[in-house]
Design a protein around this ligand. Sequence first.
Ligand SMILES: Cc1cc2nc3c(=O)[nH]c(=O)nc-3n(C[C@H](O)[C@H](O)[C@H](O)COP(=O)(O)O)c2cc1C
Length: 181
Amino acid sequence: MQRRLLMNTRVLVVYFSRTGHTHQVAAAIANEVGADLEPILDRTRRMGVFGYLRSGFEAAFQRHVDIGAAEHDPATYDLVIVGTPIWNLAVSSPVLSYLQRHRDAFRAVAFFCTCGGMGAERVFAQMARAAGAKPAATLAVREADLGRAEVDIERFATSIETAVELTRPPIIRRNEPHARS
Ligand SMILES: Cc1cc2nc3c(=O)[nH]c(=O)nc-3n(C[C@H](O)[C@H](O)[C@H](O)COP(=O)(O)O)c2cc1C
């Protein structure tokens, strides 16, 4: 069931996943907050040794890559939650390309990543620069913790709810002293 405070908020979860970890967390977050879910369509071969090396190279040098058109228009969402694997202490190239392509469309963002355990703060800073927006909340999940990330995902959703609630304009009722007649 969708969280109460996010009930009137349109939320999109967008992610890239090479080996399924980030997909797993993205699906759990979308389920927790009641969001649409979209994988970034990457056109580059990333499997095998060469795919691994190429991915690390692209991330380290912040390369743009060819990604498919977005299925969901981020401009029609109140909040877009973006997830990436960490590659060479950097945001993955498909996610960097998505953030830069849509940076004028975001009203609010939150970020998450999956990783071996190193580089999350640096990656979130890169993502904020690419999106042109500060995240409402962030979450890093180590691959060793993938099976037990439930509580962290709930906390992440609660932080997002709090941020959304703080930015929502107050409701002024007709019989309150400040209400206009
Ligand atoms: C090219 C490459 C570089 C990586 N570099 C890092 C790194 O710097 N720090 C880290 O914690 N994990 C690193 N990892 C591990 C991934 O971030 C981790 O396995 C992640 O959960 C993969 O997500 P995915 O299954 O959604 O693709 C790297 C993985 C790849 C393929």
